[in-house]
Write a protein that binds this ligand. Sequence first.
Ligand code: PBG
Ligand code: ZN
Length: 319
Amino acid sequence: MKRLQRLRKNQWTRDLTATTEFNVAQLIQPLFVVEGLSQDQDIPGLKGNRRLTLQSSLKQVESDLEAGVRNFILFGVPQAKMGTPRSFQSTAQTVKEIKSRFGGAANLWVDTCLCSYTDHGHCCVFHQSGSRDHVGTLKALETMALELASAGADGISPSDMMDGRVAKIRSALDQAGFEDTPIMSYSTKFSSQFYGPFRAAADSAPQFGDRTQYQIDVRNRNDAIAASRRCAEEGADLLMVKPGMTAIDLIKPIHEQTGLAVGAYQVSGEYASLVLLEKEGLINFEKALQETWQVFKRAGAQFIITYGARFGRQLGVRG
Ligand code: PBG
Ligand code: ZN
């Protein structure tokens, strides 16, 4: 009889035959830094993550570095919102402080999108008439990317899903002398319910409508592949699928079609589902988290953005 169980019978055999392996350096830890906040705030569902003040973000990065985390993605949340954001000073200030304190020890990517800055919470700006202002949106994203790069960001990470944004940001960065600043594009980003906990943390829930006119419909595989291919053609250095779990089938095809490294974003709702299952006594959170990471790697993800990166080493991930 063919007995596949022979290779499962003890830990050393299982370790010997494992086909996935990764380390903490391939995990990216999100940070929410909120302008004008006087005290850290808990984020419902996102155990281990808080809305941070500028001061406390420095302490957080310090302890994350001690835990082996090397890559961060910053979500800057400004105090004042407006129809058409023209300055991204509070996020730029956070970048400056983190980089001047930690220098090259921390590799700081910055989420580049308008939804935390706009009073309506959309990832774009609008014309008076109410239609989407494409040119104005790209202009604002360009300004944001330049401000962040000038502040010392190690990488720009556009999450807005507007057509042409990678090309626009790439050429602006190149012209301003930031030829070496990479773009990690949220390239295959679906419209999803699983962003719920994030929107409370980043204060970015749309005040009307939803994001279905610019984020990808889960039923459209062609669009999902085309969106990443387009970002690759426009000069993205790294690609990503999001939400990670519900886009897991797309990781390999996107890599095969672009040749680029493709990461998975384990989004807030996916992470929170593990937290809440644990709260109900239904799973072991740490083991479940590890399991999901192993599956992302098995599916071909090069890196993983996860709210649990700071627990990685504690969970036995190398590095
Ligand atoms: C902003 C942005 C979102 C996320 C990352 N960047 C929310 C959205 O597009 O609605 C979601 C991340 C998460 O849920 O963890 N554009
Ligand atoms: Zn957005």
